[in-house]
Design a binder for this molecule. Structure first.
Ligand code: BGC
Length: 245
């Protein structure tokens, strides 16, 4: 099935049509800067622009960086407060005239990874952890997503884990990769203690091979630790895959 996947992030909104049988992009990815302020109405306008850009009339899958329960946004850690209690699937469907499925960004990237990337064929408990401005999590058991885990907000060092170990914190505090990895290790230890996963896949900007080389040797887990493969496109592909179900 062909689905337009749209990944809504803090700085950019990226979209492409996806063949959900193999996760391949059917056209070049299109990126539009995220509006400021990124209110639901302003973002819905961009989603409509994206649909027009591809002349799309079929199903659409979209991500947002928040807990999304049955199309209803429940939290807003790194996005505008107005998102809370927005029925986002209806908002985007009304704005585009297409049928739109919406899910959490980490859940979408994780889905893509399990179907088409580093997680394919992995059974048991698998976590996909995406590290960027925030920390996002997706939990799978025998390939089945348990949605909206929001484990970037685990308490760590007296605050939210993402305020201690995200890539944003590394940049803001100008931490060396080694120092940041020490922080991220504490986060991984906590995940292992609580859930005893069989594998942990690390996604987000820090999963690019060039970045991975800078910190991978400082991390150690009982679970198999695997860098994600789909990088930038994971959210788009996963959003499309979720809408195709
Ligand atoms: C949000 C999550 C999101 C993650 C990554 C967190 O701050 O609460 O919903 O998945 O950032 O974007």
């Amino acid at each position: 099935m062909d689905v337009l996947g749209i990944d809504i992030g803090g700085t950019g909104i990226k979209g492409a049509p996806v063949d959900t049988r193999d996760g391949s992009l059917l056209a070049e990815r299109h990126r539009i800067p995220t509006p400021d302020p990124a209110t639901p109405a302003a973002v819905a306008d961009i989603v409509a622009d994206m649909v027009r850009h591809f002349g799309w009339t079929g199903p659409v899958g979209a991500t947002v960086p928040a807990r999304v329960q049955h199309g209803l946004v429940r939290t807003a850690a790194n996005i505008h407060d107005q998102w809370i209690d927005t029925q986002v699937d209806r908002l985007f469907s009304d704005a585009t005239g297409c049928s739109v499925t919406v899910l959490n960004d980490a859940d979408a990237a994780g889905l893509a990874s399990m179907r088409f990337g580093a997680g394919s064929g992995l059974d048991g408990i698998v976590f996909f952890i995406t590290v960027g401005t925030g920390i996002g999590s997706a939990m799978f058991y025998d390939q089945k997503l348990i949605p909206n885990t929001e484990l970037g907000h685990l308490r760590l060092k007296g605050g939210s884990a993402e305020d201690y170990a995200s890539n944003r914190v590394r940049r803001e505090k100008d931490l060396s990769w080694k120092k940041w990895a020490r922080r991220f290790q504490k986060y991984l230890d906590r995940i292992e203690f609580l859930f005893a996963p069989d594998a942990i896949i690390i996604g987000g900007g820090i999963s690019r091979p060039m970045k991975v080389a800078k910190y991978w040797d400082y991390l150690s887990t009982q679970a198999a630790l695997i860098p994600a493969e789909l990088e930038n496109e994971a959210g788009i592909i996963g959003a499309a895959a979720a809408a195709a179900r």
